[in-house]
Unconditional design. Structure first.
Length: 329
């Protein structure tokens, strides 16, 4: 393909992506409206008021554990890059980025905020890029392997009449497992260990680190699903809830809607409405958003201000030390 053809193809592809995103923006609200137009909001209110203190505390506890697990992703990045920031700086920074990512988008929290905060602590852009890459791989490697197991072994029951069907879902699951296991095998056996992508060198980690990535990534997704499971009626089947979360999360990524607002609700209602009331589903998702999204965001805003203040103080101290160094005669 010539350079001229390549230049013509890229704008066409960008416009196709924008058109697809716009279609999703229109489709999701329409689908959600069709699913909830006959919803009994009195039932939703009763379900919300019916949550016991123990259930709410358990959901908050699982949320704390999930954020702790996700925050440790950047500790893997620290070991991978060998940068010198202590864990007491890395963990709160990653917590803030994760809370902003969930609520505002990965570009705001996962990328822009991470680069800002790490650079203010003295890390080079190349190092931040490698830390970010390891965090993304950890998250999605856990997703790929977990979803692969769920889909391949038929642990997620699709509603009758769904076009993809159980066989199609198993094929997707097998493909995911091939990708996930392929990454682990490459970490162990690949003779080529490094690639340069857009000027940044990425190196395959050793197998023990890759297995740690897979375990922590899968654990975090499992904890997220556990919160919804706790808030749903007792007859909910946990593997089904986990599988639906997997599907709804991908749908949220495709649509680029911040926090997957409306997407998660539409997918959960569509897949669970034949097993439990819509009111109980909506109540559980409202509780999930309040506990897992909004509450940590409030805390993250406070932590962010503290991190900015500390970073400013560190820069001032570094400037004073440099100014006190004797100049050569």
């Amino acid at each position: 393909m010539s350079n001229a053809d390549d230049k013509q193809g890229k704008p066409a592809w960008r416009w196709a992506k924008r058109l697809l995103t716009l279609c999703f923006f229109i489709l999701v609200p329409v689908l959600l409206f069709m699913l909830v137009k006959n919803l009994d909001w009195q039932e939703v209110s009763q379900a919300l008021r019916g949550y016991s203190t123990s259930i709410l505390l358990a959901a908050v506890g699982v949320t704390v554990l999930s954020y702790a697990v996700y925050s440790s992703f950047d500790l893997i990045g620290r070991a991978y890059t060998q940068h010198g920031l202590p864990a007491r700086q890395v963990l709160p920074l990653t917590f803030v980025c994760y809370a902003f990512t969930l609520n505002l988008s990965s570009w705001v929290g996962g990328v822009a905020l991470r680069y800002r905060l790490y650079s203010r602590l003295g890390l080079k852009v190349s190092t931040i890029t490698r830390v970010l890459s390891m965090s993304l791989i950890t998250n999605w490697l856990g997703y790929i392997l977990l979803a692969g197991v769920l889909f391949t072994f038929g642990l997620l029951k699709l509603p009758e009449g769904w076009a993809i069907g159980a066989t199609g879902l198993r094929i997707i699951g097998l493909a995911l497992l091939v990708v996930g296991i392929g990454y682990l095998l490459a970490c162990q056996f690949s003779s080529r260990r490094s690639w340069t992508i857009r000027g940044h060198e990425l190196t395959l980690p050793a197998l023990p680190m890759a297995l740690l990535q897979a375990g922590l990534g899968a654990l975090n997704w499992s904890l997220m699903a556990l919160i919804i499971y706790l808030l749903l009626p007792e007859d909910a089947f946990y593997p089904t809830i986990l599988g639906i979360l997997m599907i709804s999360s991908i749908a949220g990524v495709i649509t680029h809607i911040p926090a997957g607002l409306g997407v998660i609700e539409a997918v959960f209602i569509a897949m669970l409405q034949h097993e439990m009331s819509k009111g109980s589903i909506v109540a559980a998702l409202i509780g999930y958003r309040a506990i897992y999204f909004l509450l940590p965001l409030v805390v993250a805003c406070v932590v962010y201000l503290v991190l900015e203040k500390r970073a400013k103080k560190l820069r001032q101290n570094a400037g004073q030390e440099n100014s006190e160094e004797p100049r050569p005669a």
